[in-house]
Design a protein around this ligand. Structure first.
Ligand code: DHB
Length: 408
């Protein structure tokens, strides 16, 4: 069977929020894009992910005019609560740095963007298999794959963007001699639940105690999201509903602390923890964005926000590259291609913010989690660190500035 071939300016591998936002913003600038994705639209829409959006992420959704429901169905949070051994401190984002965050689940961000791309007639192939990317070190890179109807297809482009998530196949195309993989793992994970209950408190609560970490987040008036620290090998079914809620209540404190609102648990998952950065984020005619280029532990919900920060930097660089290409005399198919300076600049600029976010996610993780075999010194020292953050406006402002997202 011969492959059905389409030709676009940019081929995008990965139809999550980073890939779709990239496709939509390129289209606004007259640059054509086609997207492929291994999962179905329904699977991505129903996979639980983090729920906190930085103000700059919300602005991108609003400015792109994609019909996002973030302002109507999301909730603005002007602060958050940090709790240590049952003692609570509110960090007032608005008073400290004049920015808020929004609670609006990432899977709904995805759904808004996917609907917008489809409504606008953008090319997208869900549930593809056999994906391969060819010729990223040449002037004619190409994606080949089998679509959901078993049709062999090919997308020819001037540039390939890899937004194919934390298990990215695209990043492995950057040769090992030019790629550094920065990686650390953590000796714990998060046990995440969704439960049918009203919100426990008006804002999120990040809590630490001698039992470790817990986070009380929200979804809407009737469904809530919560997490607690667990061993990475935990079987989600080994915890009963009562044991889960009793444990989270103990982390929050049982005397005078917040009273957890309980209800039937409708979803349980164990989330791995790791920090990863791929350097560089571009090579030849390939650029990586979002989790494909870097993964953060979930504390602080930086993942999607960092992906959108990549996209903000990437779009003008791609526009510059495509404009230069259109001005040049057409070259020969398959000629060797250097990494364009615009894409090198994308990598350098994006990585500066990536490392700031890596630092914050790592720092907040260590501030709020218990190490497996820690001694009383470590817990007491952590309390000192916590007091240094909550006890002065300077410490609070550091947290607020990082959490709500540094201005570009
Ligand atoms: C959520 C997840 C996070 O990792 C976080 O820091 C805050 C909120 C959430 O799923 O709601």
């Amino acid at each position: 069977m011969t492959a059905h071939t389409t030709r676009v300016d940019v081929g995008i591998v990965g139809g999550g929020p980073a890939g779709l936002m990239t496709a939509l913003l390129l289209k606004r600038r007259g640059i054509s894009a086609a997207v492929i994705e291994t999962r179905t639209k329904d699977t991505i829409h129903h996979t639980q992910r983090a729920g906190i959006l930085e103000a700059a992420t919300v602005s991108m959704l609003v400015d792109a005019e994609v019909g996002s429901r973030v302002l109507t169905e999301g909730h603005e949070h002007e602060g958050t609560v940090l709790s240590f051994d049952g003692e609570q401190h509110r960090i007032d984002f608005q008073a400290l740095v004049g920015r808020s965050v929004w609670l609006y689940p990432q899977n709904e961000v995805f759904f808004d963007l996917a609907n917008a791309w489809e409504r606008e007639g953008g090319e997208i192939h869900w549930a593809v298999t056999d994906t391969q990317v060819h010729g990223i070190e040449t002037t004619s890179p190409r994606i080949s794959f089998t679509d959901a109807h078993a049709q062999a297809r090919s997308i020819e482009a001037d540039l390939i963007i890899g937004t194919d998530g934390s298990r990215s196949m695209c990043r492995r195309l950057i040769p090992e001699e030019v790629r550094t993989d920065h990686f650390i793992s953590y000796p714990f994970a998060w046990f995440g639940i969704l439960c049918e209950a009203p919100p426990t408190a008006p804002e999120l609560i990040y809590a630490n105690s001698e039992l470790g970490f817990a986070l009380i987040s929200q979804r809407n008036e009737t469904v809530q999201r919560m997490y607690f620290q667990c061993d990475p090998d935990t079987d989600p079914d080994s915890w009963s509903e009562d044991a889960i809620f009793d444990h989270i209540q103990q982390v929050l404190g049982t005397e005078g602390g917040v009273q957890l609102k309980r209800g039937p648990i409708i979803d349980k998952t164990v989330l791995p923890f790791r920090s990863y950065v791929c350097d560089p984020l571009s090579h030849g005619r390939l650029a990586l964005a979002g989790d494909a280029g870097h993964t953060v532990p979930p504390t602080g919900a930086k993942g999607l926000n960092l992906a959108f920060a990549d996209v903000r930097v990437l779009i003008p660089c791609v526009e510059e590259f495509i404009t230069e290409l259109r001005a040049d005399a057409p070259g020969h198919e398959g000629e060797a291609a250097e990494t364009p300076e615009s894409l090198r600049r994308y990598s350098r600029t994006a990585l500066d913010r990536v490392w700031k976010a890596q630092n914050f996610s790592y720092w907040a993780t260590n501030l709020l989690h218990r190490q497996p075999d820690e001694n009383p010194f470590t817990h007491r020292r952590r309390r000192g660190e916590f007091d240094a953050i909550t006890g002065s406006v300077h410490g609070q402002a550091y947290f607020a500035d990082s959490y709500t997202g540094w201005s570009d």
